[in-house]
Design a protein around this ligand. Structure first.
Ligand code: KIV
Length: 277
């Protein structure tokens, strides 16, 4: 008999599932989501009680130092995702399918998601776009893979838009976003990220959809919030958009710690007798 992860009483911690995320929306309980790309960070987030971990293709920026999310490969995403999955007991883990691994080819989309699920052990995938990727979403969902959509500012299309400014301020773009959100829900997506869109629009989309919306720079009317963990911890210091709240200043803390270490080594203060064998 197969046992669903959420029904496995042998493990003390119950895993978050798409059904629970849906139930949270119905109850009005907000969903907390953060990115992670490695084992150590994922363990901290999971133990703190985060609901969802996104192995975002923002790894391309944050971990690899690229200017955009475009260069990261499927193999690299699987490497990051499997490191995260090894750390978690409770959180639902979603992985971005990277640029070039799903757009315009639903067979490629299906193959990429199956590789992610099989090789990393993650619980779902995320894709950017609406109507244009409808076929891909349908095929992935039919294969039994939970899919999260992503609308508004979609960083994989940055060269089409040209800027990282707020999206869907114009009525025609807002109407398309609402249409796309409904299409994603009809295709079977279990949730949608809304990035950098007006708060009123995000609220409207959240009330129209029965699946949860997760906002980033989309106001307080979405069903949950996501931030890039290095941004909210103050590790990335040069990125300060209006929507970002920094919950710690780890960049400065780490800078001071490293400077203290250098000083102690230079002054022969480290290690001391207690730190030696
Ligand atoms: O890649 C990422 O980190 C994301 C979030 C910003 C939603 O897609």
């Amino acid at each position: 008999m197969s046992v669903h992860p959420s029904e496995d009483n042998s493990s003390k911690v119950k895993r978050v599932t798409t059904h629970q995320l849906q139930a949270m929306k119905v109850r009005g309980e907000k969903i907390a989501m953060l990115t992670a790309y490695d084992f150590s960070m994922a363990r901290i987030l999971d133990q703190a009680g985060i609901d969802v971990i996104l192995v975002g293709d923002s790894a391309s920026n944050v971990m690899a130092g690229h200017e955009t999310t475009l260069p990261i490969t499927l193999d690299q995403m699987i490497y990051h995702a499997s490191s995260v999955v090894r750390a978690i007991q409770r959180a639902f883990v979603i992985v971005d399918i990277p640029f070039g691994s799903y757009q315009g080819n639903s067979s490629e989309a299906l193959k990429s998601s199956i590789r992610i699920m099989k090789e990393s052990g993650a619980h779902g995938v995320k894709v950017e776009g609406g109507e244009e990727i409808q076929q891909s979403v349908e095929r992935i969902v039919k294969a039994g893979v939970p899919v999260m959509g992503h609308l508004g500012l979609t960083p994989q299309s940055i060269y089409q838009f040209g800027t990282y400014t707020v999206r869907a301020k114009e009525k025609s773009e807002a109407d398309k976003l609402i249409r796309d959100a409904k299409i994603l829900e009809e295709c079977g997506c279990f949730g949608v990220v809304l990035e950098k869109v007006p708060a009123a629009l995000a609220q409207e989309v959240s009330s129209v959809l029965s699946i949860p919306t997760i906002g980033i720079g989309a106001g307080n009317g979405t069903d949950g919030q996501v931030l890039v963990v290095h941004d909210m911890l103050g590790i990335t210091q040069d990125f300060q958009p209006r929507f970002l709240r920094r919950y710690a200043e780890l960049g400065s803390t780490m800078d001071a710690a490293v400077k203290n270490f250098i000083m102690d080594v230079k002054n022969k203060q480290f290690p001391n007798a207690d730190e030696s064998y």
